[in-house]
Design a protein around this ligand. Structure first.
Ligand code: URA
Length: 242
């Protein structure tokens, strides 16, 4: 009988990415056939009963791939203990446990992907894939060539050096600049921290693109299913979608 790694199975069930599944296992929250999983490399069969926090998980056959324009004031999560609105609250009529792919800050607007396919999530969020994300940022002041060079070489943040990034001034609002920023990591508040570091703090931030997939004319709060062209723009082969 075919055996697969437990963390892969958890991702295939759409619970979370493989990496997050490893965390769940480490935290002792995963049980197989009633026993707590103590080893990381465990392989299981599709017949095994897998529970996370006491809930049995199963493979959802139908996969969904959604893009949304996240409004500001909404969190990139499926629930919030402080009762704030979550991205998945906007998705009506889809009968699946959906999760956002990566994070946008509460106060950031723009393109976010939502799915129940953990493998898709992993391909877009694992650091080794270095998927480029593009942002439009209104910042205080106007960065000069030195700032731009520094930014593009990579900056030293509290959590280490960033990979080289791209920064271009694309417009002005009074004494402030509108920038196009491209990064290929997904560190917490990375764009805000990098622009703060070059003394041009963010006033407004919007994600406009993931790989070559553009937000287009979706209004804040609107969403749609991905199509074949969109998968191409994400450098992925087409996926069957319910
Ligand atoms: N970088 C940020 O600072 N915030 C986001 O929401 C995304 C990237």
């Amino acid at each position: 009988m075919e055996r697969i790694r437990l963390q892969k199975y958890i991702a295939m069930c759409g619970v979370c990415s493989r990496r997050d599944a490893e965390e769940l296992i480490k935290q002792g929250r995963v049980y197989v056939n009633g026993s707590k999983v103590e080893e990381m490399g465990l392989k299981i069969t599709y017949e095994d009963k897998v529970e996370i926090d006491g809930n049995v998980i199963s493979m959802e056959k139908k996969k969904y791939y959604i893009m949304m324009n996240k409004p500001t004031g909404v969190i990139s999560a499926v629930s919030d203990d402080r009762g704030r609105k979550c991205v998945t609250d906007f998705i009506k009529g889809v009968d699946a446990r959906l999760y956002p792919v990566g994070r946008l800050d509460y106060d950031t607007q723009g393109l976010i992907l939502i799915t129940n396919d953990g493998d898709f999530m992993q391909k877009l969020t694992h650091p080794s894939h270095e998927v480029w994300k593009t942002y439009e940022a209104l910042v205080r002041g106007i960065p000069d060539q030195n700032d731009i060079k520094e930014f593009e070489q990579g900056l030293l943040l509290e959590d280490g050096m960033t990979l080289p990034c791209v920064l271009e001034v694309i417009g002005y609002e009074g004494k402030n600049a509108i920038l196009e920023v491209m990064i290929r990591e997904g560190r917490n508040r990375q764009v805000r921290r990098m622009l703060e570091r070059i003394n041009h703090p963010v006033i407004r931030l919007k994600r406009t693109k993931i790989a070559s997939l553009e937000l287009g004319d979706l209004k804040p709060g609107q969403w749609r299913f991905l199509n074949s062209e969109d998968f191409k723009a994400l450098n992925m082969s087409d996926r069957e979608q319910a």
